[in-house]
Design a protein around this ligand. Sequence first.
Ligand code: HEM
Length: 506
Amino acid sequence: MKLSFLSIFVGLAVGFALAVPELERRNTGFLISMDTPTIFEQGNSIDLTRRVSTNSTLDFDDIQGDILIGMSKNKETFFFFSIQDATTFKSKLSSDIKALVTSTNQILNTTLQPTTAVNIAFSSSGLAALNVTDDLGDSDFTGGQFADANNLGDPGTSNWVSAFTGTDIHGVFLFASDTAQNIDDQITNVQSILGDSINESYRLDGAARPDDEEGHEHFGYLDGVSQPVVEGVQDPLPGQASVAAGTILVGTDGDGISRPSWAIGGSFLVFRQLQQKVPEFNKYVQDHALNVSGLTSEENADLFGARLVGRWKSGAPIDLSPLRDDPTIGADNTMNNNFTYDHPEISGFDISTNQTFCPFSAHTRKTRPRSDFGTEAANVHHIIRAGIPYGPEVTDDETASNTSSTDSSLERGLAFVAYQSDIADGFKFMQQAWVDNFNFFKASTGVDPIIGRQDGTAADALRNITGTNPLDFDEVVTLDIDFVVSRGGEYFFSPPISALSGALAS
Ligand code: HEM
């Protein structure tokens, strides 16, 4: 039995390797501007050279720029604030601040792009501080993330950044630019506009990683490769999920929930500060190198890491390249999403049991099970991710000790941002029903090894997963440390720009 899997595995890997045409290697794709191609390169599923459809009924002048296409940045600061003086704040919001907020059209049109893009979003307590009492139709948003910590698998909130514990954060500014200096200048400008009407609660500086790691999260894997496309915005690339606008934007086609009219075109922004224990992850991957014949020990370690994530470091999916990384596939946005986890080309391949190519537990399969549901269309749980790494590179000392420093200035991770029209159907569903669910997609699959925690377990509980060994799917691997530690976050609503001088300012 094992032997036949092995022969399929090796035979197919060779077959795929031979079948992949030589393509020109392309490292860029997520470009804010054809003229400034280095501003930000993260993944390549959203390629602004494929222009937005002119048929779209969505108002790209009103939808904030980060939601559908991302503010395409290599530096981004999240500036969390509380409102001290609602009257002054409202007056500034409707005038000077509104004028600074960057729309989707401004990002799309290179001649309109600001030096520093600015977006703004409000928490439920922030709307209350502005005396906006309309029900936005999302109970998770209303309750706030602090109240949701246990549902998200956070082992209490003792690891949370103190600013996130409670409901005191009223809003967040997102500042994105080429340089930290540009961002600092814009923050100074916003602070001088708003004066004492706000207090800074907390700030997190994100930055693309340097050199060849640009676009890769801190564990080293290319991020932002797979994003759903909103119908009417762009045509989907092969394998890209296509979702109704109402999956991401409230009050638009496909959103079945009643919303106040001023909120139409807005989106719920889930923010999470997710610390990454990089030296520990690297050590763990080395220690659990697989034993596939024909691969070197380093290749076997890389294979194990790729099977935790579902992709190789280049972004190539293991479902297409099951034995070794293939940067050509990783860099080609017509190929790097063109897979389903099913292999009808293999006689007798049973997607419901066969994990030769990709474990059920892999991060990408847990968060988007593709054909595990029979068809892609059967999956209604989608988010658009717009996060960015934060924190410095691993130091030599940390590498030598295989241990993350306790020095807070060396904390690193992902400033996770997800947009959706319904938090319970989007981020929260993924985290709770899939990622943290030991029995998703199948009994004993285990939690998502990157971000999963088992519901209700103690902070130091062991996490078991299966499927990582392509030669023995039932082999249990124990994750004895959390590689990702939640430092908390908040749920926000990113309103349409018109609301900044409308309902939110009145
Ligand atoms: C530090 C934490 C995280 C890391 C290091 C991480 C890393 C990655 C990587 C490397 C990919 C593959 C590249 C891509 O498809 O863009 C990916 C995909 C994805 N991640 Fe995460 N991620 C993290 C947190 C999360 C969280 C909290 C969620 C939601 C609960 C999430 C949802 C997704 C989704 C939906 C995909 C795309 C899957 C697909 O369409 O195939 N990630 N992530």
